[in-house]
Design a protein. Structure first.
Lengths: 455, 93
């Protein structure tokens, strides 16, 4: 049987893995824990723990085996569970914290670095469980290491729950203060969503949505370095040629994700969910989304033209990835987290990128204000204003948006903080000081837009 | 047809005597059957791509990779070993 690959193709793949840091960012196992409810926090937590251990006990081992066989690094193995506010509806905040502790223990015992699903969906109002969970978030993020929390405060169909937006401003502040000795690290594990994706495999926002099956594996791919390399030979090429190259690179990256997903699904005996077509950067050299935009011809990300370049990139990644896998889901776009992207960090340091430009970019990228360190004294109202702005962009544009900001206690603009590992490091970015309190404190709902009623 | 499990080995390094001998001996010792070899010198660098069948080998891909990389160190070679599927997935629709 003749062998059908050219040396060029083989060396291209090898170079993607060796020098361009192609990796699978995460294999995330979604586990439905809605049947784990018992009379109190401890007994519910125990059931949750047992269920997670039952399904995920081989997750890390299988991930490592696939990594060895295919030579593709699989950076993270993670778990997402059903929203705890639903499972724990009727329990007290203290009992919610208890469930959080069991989630943390389960994550530690199966060897995953994050577990998502300490989640409430409050876009149309609060259940008792939602209220208890929200109250439990700061303490839970302070006493656990691996638990991630998320709260959905708006959808295109329901509008924006501004009471929840304001409350999240306070919760982010409280979480930062409770984890102040770690630079407010708790806030890195807390995402406020609008139009949250039920099958998002990326942390901190992963949870197992209500429409998902009993258990599933989802894949998050990465590979900014590969896309950047693909643009390397395109000196003077027009932007449609650039888009074409990005599509091709995205196809190849996503195929690797599909392969790993197929394998993981088969070996774990769990249905394959989706591939999230995302470019997820890390703070390491050569793994930056911002550098792709700069490679297109921007002197530094943040200048005029940045949003257009990001739009081209995001769209081409989706187009290239869609044909490469059987099912696309999650967030599927380019992440632009500040602390996790070398090019973004440099642009903030240089003052080229500001909160205003970041906000504009979030109307295009896959998420929103992501891993942005802001001054510790930023008020809850100002943070709520950021959340409201992101939610408005999400609601009006039918897209997922999110806020994951860290008001690092005791810091001023110009200081730098290090969150460690994949969470990276970031300069503190200045925020607008003009008051918005009266608007935020009005509360209530911002109604859904007309196009939310498409039927 | 017997079951095959194909891997792709790439070797990069400064051209020198004994590279092929070292690799092929090491593979033979582990019952790995070489199916195809393509070798060139690119800008002074020895570049080889080898396709091999490990169905009969006692080693899995990870073990073979470690073994070859350990041996390659003494000759200053960069060696990668990968399952064929990743190339199939990336380059063929």
């Amino acid at each position: 049987m003749p062998f059908s690959f050219s040396t060029k193709e083989i060396l291209e793949t090898v170079s993607m893995l060796q020098t361009e840091k192609l990796d699978i960012r995460t294999i995330t196992m979604g586990i439905n824990i809605q049947d784990c409810r018992d009379t109190d926090g401890v007994s519910t937590g125990k059931k949750v723990y047992d269920k997670i251990k039952g399904y995920a006990r081989n997750l890390v081992q299988v991930g490592d085996e696939i990594e060895k066989t295919y030579g593709i690094p699989i950076i993270n193995k993670r778990i997402a569970v059903s929203p705890v506010s639903i499972v724990g509806n009727g329990l007290s905040p203290a009992e919610m914290v208890t469930i959080g502790r069991y989630l943390d223990q389960a994550a530690q015992d199966v060897g995953v670095n994050f577990i998502g699903g300490f989640t409430a969906l409050v876009h149309k109002g609060f259940s008792n469980g939602d209220r208890a969970l929200l109250e439990a978030i700061p303490e839970t993020l302070a006493v656990t290491e691996r638990v991630c929390a998320s709260v959905n405060i708006g959808t295109t169909k329901a509008g924006i729950n501004m009471d929840a937006v304001y409350q999240m401003g306070h919760i982010i502040k409280a979480t930062a203060e409770l984890t102040g000795d770690e630079n407010g690290l708790g806030c890195a594990k807390l995402v406020v969503f609008c139009n949250a994706a039920e099958d998002n495999p990326f942390m901190a926002g992963a949870y197992m949505g209500a429409g998902e099956p009993e258990v599933t594996v989802d894949i998050g791919v990465s590979g900014p370095g590969v896309v950047n390399r693909a643009l390397g030979d395109l000196l003077g090429a027009s932007l449609d040629q650039v888009a074409e190259e990005i599509k091709k690179a995205a196809f190849k990256i996503t195929r690797a994700g599909q392969l790993v997903g197929d394998m993981a699904s088969e070996r774990l005996g769990v249905p394959f969910g989706i591939v999230d077509l995302s470019l997820a950067p890390t703070a390491e050299q050569g793994d930056s989304v911002a550098h792709i935009l700069e490679h297109m011809g921007l002197d530094q990300v943040g200048t005029h033209g940045t949003t257009a370049a990001l739009a081209l990139l995001n769209d081409a990644v989706k187009k290239g990835g869609m044909m490469a896998c059987s099912r696309v889901g999650g967030l599927s776009g380019s992440f632009i987290p500040v602390s996790e992207d070398k090019g973004m960090i440099d642009a903030v340091r240089a003052g080229t990128i500001t909160m205003d430009k970041l906000e504009a970019m979030t109307s295009i990228c896959s998420v929103g204000f992501d891993m942005i360190a802001i001054p510790g004294e930023t008020s809850a109202e100002t943070i709520a204003g950021m959340i409201a702005d992101e939610a408005a962009i999400g609601v009006m544009n039918h897209k997922t948006t999110a806020v994951r900001v860290i008001p690092v206690p005791g810091t001023q603009p110009g200081d730098e903080v290090n969150f460690g590992g994949l969470l990276g490091y970031a300069p503190i970015i200045p925020v607008n000081q003009v008051g918005n309190g009266e608007f935020i404190r009005r509360g209530g709902f911002i109604p859904a837009p007309v196009h939310g009623f498409r039927n | 047809m017997e079951k095959t499990e194909r891997i792709i080995i790439t070797v990069l390094g400064i051209d020198q005597i004994g590279i092929m001998a070292m690799i092929s001996t090491a593979l033979a010792e582990q019952d790995v059957n070489i199916l195809d070899i393509s070798q060139t010198i690119l800008q002074g660098f020895f570049t080889m791509v080898m396709v091999a069948d490990i169905a009969a080998s006692p080693m899995d891909v990870g073990e073979l990779k470690k073994m070859l990389q350990d041996k390659g160190k003494s000759l200053n070679l960069e060696i990668t070993v990968q399952h064929e599927d990743i190339f199939k997935f990336m380059h063929r629709i």
